[in-house]
Design a protein around this ligand. Sequence first.
Ligand code: MG
Ligand code: ZN
Length: 382
Amino acid sequence: MKHLKSIFSLILFCLILSACKSSNKTIVEDDMINTWVEEDDNMPKNIILMIGDGMGLTQISAGMYRLGNQTNLEKFPVVGLQKTHAGDELITDSAASATAIATGQKTYNGAIGVDMDTLPLYTFLEEAEDNELATGLVATSTIVHATPASFISHNPYRRNYEEIAADFLKTEVDLFIGGGKKYFDNREDEQNLLEQFGDDYQISHFVEAELEDIIIDPDKNFGYLTSNKDPLPVSQGRDYLLTAAKKSVDHLAKRSDKGFFLMIEGSQIDWGGHANDMEYIISEFIEFNTVIGEIFEFAKEDGETLVVVTADHETGGFAIQTESTMDTLVGSFTTGKHSGTMVPLFAYGPGSEHFAGIYENTEIYHKMRQAIGWSENKDNEK
Ligand code: MG
Ligand code: ZN
């Protein structure tokens, strides 16, 4: 009798547990294939990943103090820390770290979307394309530079810019905006890739038109090259990132009802770090901060967008010195290269809860996949 009673209470407990578990899920019927699929209420439709290259805590702090002790990153409710080390060295470069974020695998410094054995890896952007999401890449470096390249290209070496440019023709990316026109149309092989994109693409560049004057055709993919080589620093007049971010979100939202994946990079915070130039870092951060604010407002309004802001690594071993005041910052640097410190991550929107805590940079890929509901077990060798 006592035995029977405990079995009964166990069954009751299981029933309550399963009722609780299913209460936060909605069951939707898919007419087309006549099967039942579970859809989590808290799944994002869109993911916007923002990478501040070389944007460690001191870079953020310096920018924040310059802005009167405030940054748009304070709006993000979920904060995490990520470990940046590469597959072959403690101190990562932007290629290995962007590949880790884009593919979930640690690799060697210099690797673009390939593993330790130089084999191509299936990237988050490619998987988004295959799942019929719209995809986009925006950078304030050249678009073939390590960070954006690692999401769309597969190359054993980051400086093979012309080969990386050719990879843009292999993925149906819906939008790309960044510098590096010459890697597409002034190449050693004398091919003009800009002409090879074909009728599916609306392609333009800085010689032809200002980005803000272009009306993007929602029925086509869009590519715009902002400069011939590297884009200028903000301090020398570069000002397209906010326009690019607004146009990207607008265009990608029109391209697919299944959602979109957009990566926006504040590329030159890193270059300020390499130059040990605090004012360079601050001006690049302030621009990125403005775009973070814009994207945050879009996501808040939209309600179906997960925003993740992070860095690939810290640059410069940057510190704010003891003689500093809020108005007069004194910076110092321990290196002209990258450092090995953990970097912060900020998340907002559906699925953001996955990003609290301390984890490897490769987890960002897995957390994004988990958030958007793609299957857990996947072999991503291409
Ligand atoms: Mg970069
Ligand atoms: Zn760097």
